[in-house]
Every structure is written in structure tokens, then in C-alpha cells.
Ligand binder design. Structure first.
Ligand SMILES: Cc1cc2nc3c(=O)[nH]c(=O)nc-3n(C[C@H](O)[C@H](O)[C@H](O)COP(=O)(O)O)c2cc1C
Ligand SMILES: CC(C)CC(=O)C(=O)O
Length: 365
């Protein structure tokens, strides 16, 4: 029998070594942002409509031209082999079986090509901006050749933030797990534990280019014809700039509470970003990421104008529990809950969730 999400979380915690669990579960600084998004979603209340024909609810949608079984995607997360020996291959199979999108991290622990061969659903590739552009160019061209459909540039991490649990554990990626899509010599700083220091934070300072600005997006445009998605946008100002720079989708995200501490939570930022995109009359879709733990959270995001949501850690819990089967079960659980909420909200398709379907999460900025 499939478990509820919290049971997958508990099972993953029990199975995984302590430092791996801390890497998955932890946040930056005071960890205030680990709960902020969840609290914002919990404060919002649904406003259902009645006597609507919901005899056929159809959760299918399209995201950047890809058909999805529901407005749901798996967020990019590094090193899935920390959770299961099959790593991203198991996650890709599960996302395909559930009919949702998988975003593959630049720090995936299986090759882009092997992941693509296992996937029956759409894939996006996530990038951090590395100092070495030749490495980025090679990765982008491999993603194109393997059929990845968009590039997701993560813009909330010019460096990896201080994450106290990782620092305390002297966290480093174990030697048998590698970011296999990147040259060995660019990854050495991620391995080798030092007391009181996180190797992935050290690696990001070594390898990430924190000098990039909006003007550098032109380089990505010249390098690829794939649609560009920005992950980690939290203000209307940056949404406007993104639209001006021809970005195809925005992921409104606090990086799962792992980057800027004391920020406004992603669900609270959604309205101003949706409005900025609308005001610009741009062809730009909006995705909410972080703290999605129930089908009702998907409904709340859609009411606020998002086109879809991303879920992160729950997929890793399913993966640690039972590989493909566990991830599929987690995704199906969220989708089944969403389908029920559609019926009870009087919203038979994802475009039937009106702005008035949810109470306002916060005051405007
Ligand atoms: C273990 C772990 C690894 C992550 N790795 C990446 C990554 O490589 N690239 C990225 O853009 N975000 C990464 N993230 C952030 C996720 O994409 C996502 O924003 C976050 O997990 C969403 O919050 P949730 O876990 O509450 O759903 C990672 C998150 C976790 C928990
Ligand atoms: C290896 C890390 C840079 C991956 C990441 O983005 C994260 O841990 O949040």
C-alpha cells in the first residue's frame, strides 16, 4: 500500500546516513526559510464553488509546450545517488510513469544521456553559471542532443549559502558519487571532508561565476536555441527584467530554504510576479517551487496565477524509500490529492482555478 508523504519522509530519515539526511533536509543560516513557505501556504484558505459539473476532472496541462499529466514537476536536486544506487535514472523513470516533468541538476550523479534513455516524460536541465564557459557549452550541447527541452538557470545561488548542518558535519560528497556530467578536475573541491566546513560551499566559491549579470544571458542565447527558465526569482522587478530578456518561464523559489535566510517566502511572492508578467503582456509561464506537500498546495498556486508547481525533497524521500516505485508513489499521491481538490473546488481543469479561489497570502510589498 502506498504511504502518505510524511511516512516516506520518516522512512528516508531512518534509511539515510545522518549527514546525507542533513544535506537533504537542512537549510541556510537560522533555517527560518525551511518553514516560511509552508506557513504561507497553510495560512491561505481555499474558496470552493459549488454546483459545477466535476464529473470529469482533467488535471492535464502544458508547460513550455510539453504535455504533463498534472501541473507538477520535480525540482532540480543534486546527486540522487545519495538516496538510491540508481539515482536520477530511477527518478526519470518515475517522473515518466507519473507523466510529470523532471528537471535534472547540473550536479546529477548519472549522465544526461542515460537519464534521457530512462525517461518517458519531458526533461529540463538546470545550470549554475560556472567560471569555465567551455564546460557549460559542452553540457548544453549534450543536453540538446539528448532531447532536453529547456535550460533552467538557477539565479539565487551566486554561491552556496552557509548551511550550519553541513558545516557541522564537514559535509562532502562521498568519493563513489560524482557529478558525472562535469570534468573531474572541476569537481575536486566537492569531495574531501574538512572539519567545520561544507565542501559544496567551498566548491561553489571555487567554480561558480558570481560576477554574471543580466547582460550575460546573451551568451546563453547565442549558445543554445533551447527556451531559458530562471529559477529563484522573488521580485516583480526581476520578473520584468527577465521578460525583457526573453525568458520563457520563471520559477518562483527560495531554493527550499537553502539560500537567502529571512527572505519573503515564494508563495508570498507569487502574486507580484504573476502581475508583473501579465503587465508586460509576455509569453512567460510561472512555476511555484518549495514546500509543496499536498495536492491543495497545487490548487493554491494555480489560484494565484502559477501555471505549475515543483516539488523537491518529497521525490528524494520516495527515492530513498524504494527507488522508482517510491518516487512514482509520491508523485501519484500529490496528483491524486490534486484531482480530489479539483472536484471539491468546482474546478474541473487547471485553468478553472480563479484568483478568488484562495485568500490573499500576504500584504503587497
Ligand atoms: C538535496 C537538495 C539538492 C538540491 N540541489 C539543487 C540543484 O542542484 N540545483 C537547484 O537549482 N536547486 C537545488 N535544490 C533546490 C530544489 O530545486 C528546490 O528549489 C527545493 O528543494 C524546493 O523545496 P522543497 O524541497 O521544499 O520542495 C536542491 C534541494 C535539495 C533539498
Ligand atoms: C550541490 C549543491 C550546489 C546543490 C544545491 O543547489 C543545493 O544543495 O541546494
Amino acid at each position: 500500500m502506498a504511504l502518505a508523504l510524511h511516512a516516506y519522509e520518516a522512512a528516508a530519515k531512518e534509511r539515510l546516513p545522518g549527514p546525507v539526511w542533513d544535506f537533504f533536509a537542512g537549510g541556510s543560516g537560522t533555517e527560518s526559510m525551511l518553514t516560511a513557505g509552508r506557513k504561507a501556504l497553510d495560512r491561505m484558505q481555499l474558496r470552493p464553488r459549488c454546483l459545477v459539473d466535476v464529473s470529469h476532472c482533467d488535471p492535464r496541462t502544458r508547460l513550455l509546450g510539453s504535455d504533463l499529466a498534472a501541473p507538477l514537476a520535480v525540482a532540480p536536486m543534486a546527486y540522487h545517488r545519495l538516496a538510491h544506487p540508481e539515482g536520477e535514472v530511477a527518478t526519470a523513470r518515475a517522473a515518466g510513469e507519473a507523466g510529470v516533468l523532471l528537471t535534472v541538476s547540473m550536479f546529477a550523479s548519472r549522465t544526461l544521456e542515460v537519464i534521457a534513455a530512462a525517461a518517458s516524460g519531458p526533461l529540463w536541465l538546470q545550470l549554475y553559471w560556472l567560471r569555465n564557459r567551455a564546460v557549460m557549452r559542452d553540457l548544453i550541447h549534450r543536453a540538446e542532443a539528448a532531447g532536453y527541452r529547456a535550460l533552467v538557470l538557477t539565479v539565487d545561488a551566486p554561491r552556496v549559502a552557509t548551511r550550519p548542518r553541513d558545516a557541522r558535519n564537514g559535509w562532502a560528497i562521498p568519493p563513489d558519487i560524482r557529478a558525472v556530467n562535469l570534468p573531474e578536475e572541476t569537481m575536486s573541491a566537492s569531495h574531501g571532508s574538512r572539519a567545520g566546513e561544507s565542501a559544496i560551499a567551498r566548491h561553489s566559491r571555487d567554480q561558480f561565476d558570481s560576477s554574471i549579470t543580466w547582460a550575460d544571458l546573451a551568451w546563453l542565447r547565442e549558445t543554445t536555441s533551447l527556451p531559458l527558465v530562471l529559477k529563484g526569482v522573488l521580485t516583480a522587478e526581476d520578473a520584468e527584467l527577465a521578460v525583457k530578456h526573453g525568458v520563457s518561464a520563471l520559477i518562483v523559489s527560495n531554493h527550499g530554504g537553502r539560500q537567502l535566510d529571512f527572505a519573503r517566502s515564494a508563495p508570498e511572492c507569487l502574486t507580484e510576479i504573476v502581475e508583473a508578467v501579465k503587465a508586460a503582456d509576455a509569453e512567460c509561464q510561472v512555476v511555484l517551487d518549495g514546500a509543496i506537500r499536498h495536492g491543495a498546495d497545487i490548487a493554491k498556486a494555480l489560484c494565484l496565477g502559477a501555471d505549475a508547481v515543483m516539488t523537491g525533497r518529497p521525490a528524494l524521500w520516495g527515492l530513498a524509500h524504494s527507488g522508482t516505485e517510491g518516487v512514482t508513489a509520491v508523485l501519484r499521491h500529490l496528483m491524486d490529492e490534486f484531482e480530489e481538490v479539483m472536484a471539491l473546488m468546482g474546478a474541473p481543469t487547471p485553468t478553472d482555478f480563479p484568483r478568488t479561489g484562495v485568500t490573499q497570502p500576504t500584504c503587497p510589498h
